[in-house]
Design a protein around this ligand. Structure first.
Ligand code: ZN
Length: 138
């Protein structure tokens, strides 16, 4: 069995953003030389997500509005976590959007369903953060 590991780094200039990382993950898969197996991609921070959905800007706007309704950033004083920091909402948004995804590798390609793409979801940006790509198989 082969295995491959790589960290993808991000520095999002805004507090929140969704970034399509499918091209980077596909590049990792190519580099790994693995043809049959599994890809795991996970955020390495508890205020960021990795998830799979559609690359459609209206949907991403809807996610942002929905997440702000569930866990508004402000007023920051309403969160007990926000003693010396202001990112309690980011922890909650990350929990809803998920930590990781697993994608099957078939014939050297990411074996997606229709419209599926992999996203890095940032909820507390403006600093360097990373996601892990781990690929196992043959
Ligand atoms: Zn925190």
């Amino acid at each position: 069995m082969k295995s491959f590991r790589k960290e993808l780094w991000f520095e999002v200039p805004a507090r929140r953003a969704f970034i399509n990382i499918t091209p980077q993950v596909s590049k990792c898969l190519k580099e790994s030389g693995i043809k049959e197996g599994l890809v795991l991609v996970n955020a390495m921070h508890i205020t960021a997500s990795v998830f799979i959905n559609d690359d459609e800007s209206g949907l991403h706007h809807d996610y942002d509005v929905w997440l702000e309704k569930l866990a508004p950033h402000e007023p920051v004083s309403m969160y007990r976590h926000n003693v010396g920091e202001d990112n309690a909402d980011a922890h909650m948004k990350r929990q809803i959007m998920g930590r990781e995804v697993v994608v099957a590798v078939t014939d050297g390609k990411l074996d997606f369903g229709t419209w599926e793409q992999i996203f890095y979801g940032e909820f507390d940006g403006r600093r360097r953060k990373r996601a892990l790509v781990k690929i196992i198989g043959e």
